[in-house]
Ligand binder design. Structure first.
Ligand code: BES
Ligand code: MN
Ligand code: ZN
Length: 486
């Protein structure tokens, strides 16, 4: 998709394109573009407001055809709520909501006049939102619901910020696509191939470990999870070097391409969306792609552990004791707590690269969704200043993220009688935290933040600004994070 900056912000009424999108505040003041449309049409928008046909409440959509004085045949008004509370996240969502509305049929060019604020992040938020809102989850439908426009124009001043938004939006769509692919198509080997392709296109180094290599590396914890599946496991290591000789930041992702629960089998209703259990891995790949596209002046290592959690005859059993790559022994008391088993070894491989800091992303626990709901990701850390940097980046990006505690007492819950640790807590209380405590056992002294994205990674129903299915969450946060010096 072509994405271009439209530097003449005053051209909203005269621009030759198939549709223009403008924002509407809820407090009766107009944005500059809305004012121009109103003026050109001798008060069409004022009339709508007077008759309460439009109110400007958040993400309300009003489509106007053949507005007098406006060259584009279609004008979309999108509610932006209270002007004083409008930030990059509002603008992102408004652009995505309008793009969703316009993408119901194929169009040539669509112009978004939404970034009225002076800030660079608003312009990139518009570009990213427009790109994400134009792509759906209907990969296997004959008649598609979404048709991306041929060209997106973003009114703004900065070619660079629009290019940034394009890189972010495309990375989000990459992550969403990988997650939305059904498990018959997206399994460890096919994900690894996709990673190799992305790496090649992006000029990133990519190494893939197969089963034999994982055996040689003694990745006993990851291998135990994949044992129940016909599909062989993979571990992918991506390396982007945009910095000098400073140590890298490591991004680690859970890549369970399907989570049946293993012998601790999930019931149908919990299993239907478990293709989403590789969202952490997809996010890592997407962020690596964006970092390379944006030529960020940093060094990055991305590591993803790819397995399918199944119930084959060779599946790990309850009571099994595994030896992780680090040498720690793990008693398996629930085969559905497989993500931590995979990450234990991937985090240990990450340490070989001596990263200065780590972020891992995982659809790790239902308990995190119980604690925080479906919109908010959980953050867990062994280093408050690194965690603060991640939380601040999420705030700038407008993605809900909330830190949960890591008090030492929680570690008692994962002590085992037969092995060093066990893979579930005692009982289900604090399950998101005991899972994070388990991961902490494998990061040594390295500053580390764990993001549990089980809630926001996959929408079971659409939002005004997003289709159902994979959300692409945390891509914007991580790009924000990596753009700022540590
Ligand atoms: N992949 C699931 C967690 C999950 C739940 C992701 C809902 C997305 C939506 C994970 O592997 C899992 O099954 N966790 C168990 C852990 C328990 C057995 C200790 C859970 O949350 O029930
Ligand atoms: Mn599971
Ligand atoms: Zn899982």
């Amino acid at each position: 998709m072509k994405v271009e900056v439209q530097t003449d912000r005053r051209s909203v009424a005269s621009l030759a394109c198939d549709a223009v999108v403008v924002g509407l505040w809820s407090d009766e003041t107009f944005t500059e573009s809305t004012r121009q449309i109103d003026e050109a049409s001798h008060g069409i928008i004022r009339g709508l407001l007077e008759r309460k046909e439009a109110t400007g409440k958040l993400f309300e959509l009003t489509t106007l055809h053949s507005v007098p004085g406006v060259r584009a045949p279609l004008v979309v008004l999108v509610g932006m709520g209270d002007a004083a509370r409008c930030d990059a996240s509002t603008v992102y969502r408004a652009a995505a909501a309008a793009a969703r509305c316009l993408s119901t049929k194929a169009r040539g060019s669509v112009a978004f006049f939404l970034a009225e604020g002076p800030t660079i992040d608003q312009e990139s938020a518009v570009a990213a939102g427009a790109i994400v809102g134009s792509a759906g989850q209907d990969l296997y439908r004959k008649e598609k619901k979404r048709h991306a426009p041929g060209k997106i124009l973003v009114a703004g001043d900065q070619v660079k910020s629009v290019a940034r938004g394009k890189a972010i939006g495309e990375a989000m769509n990459l992550a969403r696509h990988l997650v939305n692919e059904p498990p018959h198509a997206m399994y460890p080997e096919s994900f690894a191939l996709a990673a190799q392709r992305v790496a090649e296109e992006s000029g990133i180094a990519c190494e893939v470990w197969d089963g034999a290599r994982l055996e040689r590396e003694r990745c006993g914890s990851l291998l135990a999870v994949s044992q129940g599946s016909e599909r062989p496991p993979r571990l992918v290591i991506l390396e982007y070097r945009g910095g000098k000789n400073e140590p890298a930041t490591a991004l680690v992702g859970k890549g369970v391409t399907f989570d049946s629960g293993g012998l601790s089998l999930k019931p149908t209703d919990s299993m239907t969306t478990m293709k989403c259990d590789m969202a952490g891995a997809a996010t890592v790949l997407a962020v690596m792609q964006a970092a390379a596209k944006l030529k960020l002046p940093i060094n990055l290592i991305g590591l993803v552990g790819l397995v399918e959690n199944m119930t084959g005859g060779a599946a790990m059993k309850l009571g099994d004791v595994l030896t992780a790559r680090s040498g720690k022994t793990i008693e398996v008391l629930n085969t559905d707590a497989e993500g931590r088993l995979v990450l234990a070894d991937v985090l240990n491989v990450a340490l070989d690269h001596k990263p200065a800091r780590i972020v891992d992303l995982a659809t790790l626990t239902g308990a995190c969704v119980v604690a925080l709901g479906t919109e908010t990701a959980g953050a867990f850390s062994n280093d408050q200043s690194w965690c603060d940097a991640v939380l601040a980046a999420a705030r700038r990006a407008g993605e809900p993220l909330w830190q949960l505690p890591m008090f030492p007492e929680y570690s008692e819950h994962i002590r085992s009688e037969i092995a060093d640790i066990k893979n579930t807590g005692d009982g289900r209380w604090g399950g998101a935290i005991t899972a994070a405590k388990f991961l902490e056992e494998f990061v040594g002294e390295t500053p580390w933040v764990h993001l549990d994205i089980a809630g926001p990674a996959f929408y079971d129903k659409p939002r005004p600004w997003a289709d159902g299915g994979a959300s692409g969450c945390m891509v914007r946060t991580l790009v924000e994070l990596l753009e700022q010096p540590f």
